[in-house]
Design a binder for this molecule. Sequence first.
Ligand SMILES: [Zn+2]
Ligand SMILES: [Zn+2]
Ligand SMILES: [Zn+2]
Length: 179
Amino acid sequence: MVHYTKSLLVLTLIMLSNSRAAHHHHDHNRCLSAALSHAEQHCTEAGVRLTPIRRAVLELIWQSHRPLGAYAVVEQLPSILGRPIRPPSVYRAIDFLLEMGLIHRLPSYNAFIGCPFPGSEHSDVFMVCRCCGSAAEVSAETLNKSLEDTASRAGFQLETQNIELSGLCASCQQEDSSS
Ligand SMILES: [Zn+2]
Ligand SMILES: [Zn+2]
Ligand SMILES: [Zn+2]
């Protein structure tokens, strides 16, 4: 019994998610400034530079909780930077942010989303709202373990995962029921 309570506690402690912010009405400026300061810190620790271009691309991708495609980044970046920029430089900045785990790519949308907890344990599970398009990220150690176990029982060596869950976010559920 004691053991049962304990494992429940662990379960709640190790789940990370930004669904509260991504799927509810909130002050998004706080998300943006938190993301930028996380990124600065993450890069400093790794001994790499968050150059103005990399920072601007990150800022663009974090402009909302909806995944943003590379084409949109290329198109909107010059107005943020205040000067023209060639697409290859934009793609290099995107690659850098992906490598650093500051953004993720959602394969079926072919678009990018900012990571709310870079450097933490990851599950690469994204809850995408089919109504407003907002994507929240969730990470749970138990989920990773269960996927690893399942794959290994099937004789498969799991290396990467990228899971997109589709449904209705909290805000859209409310609008759904009030209409
Ligand atoms: Zn936000
Ligand atoms: Zn992440
Ligand atoms: Zn929604």
